[in-house]
Design a binder for this molecule. Structure first.
Ligand SMILES: N[C@@H](CCC(=O)N[C@@H](CS)C(=O)NCC(=O)O)C(=O)O
Length: 255
């Protein structure tokens, strides 16, 4: 059985989508990142970077003790190798997929996160919204560039890594579906191949199932005080703040 440490966000959906695609049995554990669960010591033993998703496989590929893995890209690569699906073994084909997985992990995901932060979140966190203009322009611009890169690739290929659906699509789609809502409402109109791919991948039953896992956790209405506490917790995480949050979580105080 695979234990999944999860909250319904794009990085979380990558893992549930892959598990659904592979029809692997799994058990979901909530990591409420707005309430500080990512700082609990039992979670940090699995995911030392205080980020979800993470998994623990108690019947790991290769045998032995239960295996814990954090970082969504590594998790999908592991599950692909374990099941022999969605990531070829021959070097040429394998790296055709992995280069797009790393592209997402190092580029599209972080740039989407930063663009969303500067465009939608940060205005409530600074005294002078004009301070945000440089960051907004830089990261919204990067998302636009990356959508163009994807669109060019998808104009020549059915999927990101070529003719076959792979873990590269699974790590990218959960962020890509948010582009219009969070960053650029024209993205679907500007990038027709990107839009075609978004719709095709989104029509897969496993993708729909994976994305729907505990959707209700993300839809809870927070009071303004809870929302303020969530922002305090999630943004400006210096090593000192993380140390304090760990201590509070260890005392069971919540954050
Ligand atoms: N590169 C990591 C990113 C994970 C990540 O940023 N997770 C966010 C939620 S989407 C999180 O756990 N945030 C908790 C926090 O910021 O303290 C991955 O893909 O697994």
């Amino acid at each position: 059985m695979i234990d999944v440490y999860y909250w319904p966000t794009p990085n979380g959906w990558k893992v549930t989508i892959m598990l659904e695609e592979c029809a692997l049995p799994y058990r979901v554990h909530a990591v409420d990142i707005g309430a500080g669960d990512q700082f609990k010591s039992e979670f940090l033993r699995i995911s030392p970077n205080n980020r979800m998703p993470a998994i623990v496989d108690d019947e790991p590929a290769g045998g032995g003790a239960p295996l814990a893995i954090f970082e969504s890209g590594a998790i999908l690569e592991y599950l692909a190798d374990k099941t022999g699906q969605f990531l070829p073994t021959a070097p040429r084909e394998r790296f055709r997929v992995l280069q797009w997985v790393y592209w997402q992990m190092a580029n599209f995901g972080p740039m989407m996160g930063n663009a969303n932060h500067f465009k939608n979140y940060a205005k409530n966190l600074v005294d002078d919204p004009a301070q945000l203009e440089y960051g907004r322009k830089r990261f919204v611009g990067e998302v636009d560039r990356l959508c163009g890169v994807m669109d060019a690739q998808l104009s020549a290929h059915a999927y990101l890594a070529g003719d076959d659906y792979s873990i590269a699509d699974m790590v990218t789609w959960p962020w890509a579906i948010l582009t219009e809502r969070l960053v650029d409402e024209e993205a679907g109109k500007k990038y027709s191949h990107f839009k075609r791919w978004l719709d095709e991948v989104g029509a897969r039953p496993a993708v729909q199932k994976g994305r729907a896992v505990h959707k209700e956790w993300g839809e809870r209405q927070l009071t303004p005080e809870q929302e303020q506490a969530r922002r305090e917790l999630l943004f400006n995480q210096t090593s000192e703040k993380v140390r304090k949050a760990r201590e509070e979580a260890a005392r069971g105080a919540g954050v």
